[in-house]
Ligand binder design. Structure first.
Ligand code: HEC
Length: 125
């Protein structure tokens, strides 16, 4: 009889753990990737442009929406909002996705890296 409350507690702990699937994108890992691979060119604070435009609140934003950033004509012609799917395609191969982009970056070949970076970008609002 004395063992039962412990078993119940373990069952509860196990069921709350399943709320976070192992495959969920990890914004903390994405932040580390961002700092390594994007931050040279992109600030994450509002209004700060470097070689690339500020990525504050980029999720679901229209492409080329920062007024004082000199985008390429190709990016200005891109009308598809930056949904997580559009970002995934773009970050896999930036210069292949939007032909003629100014972003001299070969992309993130690893899908999990892209998902993590997008999860991090989602936190910037
Ligand atoms: C070598 C510099 C450089 C690196 C590294 C870089 N970018 Fe960029 N990025 C740019 C430039 C320049 C543009 C503008 C492209 C254009 O106008 O064609 C841009 C554009 C973008 C845009 C479109 C922004 C908008 O306002 O429409 C997104 C999103 C983006 N980059 C995300 C990233 C992410 C995420 C990373 C890292 C995984 C990254 N970039 C790495 C330079 C860079």
């Amino acid at each position: 009889m004395t063992g039962r409350p412990i078993v119940l507690m373990l069952a509860l702990a196990a069921s709350s753990l399943t709320l976070t699937p192992a495959s969920a994108a990890d914004s903390a890992a994405g932040k580390a990737i961002f700092e390594r691979t994007c931050e040279n060119c992109h600030a994450v604070v509002i209004g700060v442009n470097k070689v690339g435009p500020s990525l504050w609140n980029v999720l679901d934003r229209k492409p080329a929406a920062i007024p004082d950033f000199a985008y390429s004509d190709a990016m200005k012609a891109n009308k598809q909002p930056w949904t997580s799917t559009a970002l995934d395609t773009y970050l896999a191969d930036p210069r292949g996705d939007v032909h003629g982009v100014k972003m001299f970056f070969k992309g993130l070949p690893n899908a999990a890296d892209r998902a993590n970076v997008i999860a991090y970008l989602q936190t910037l609002k």
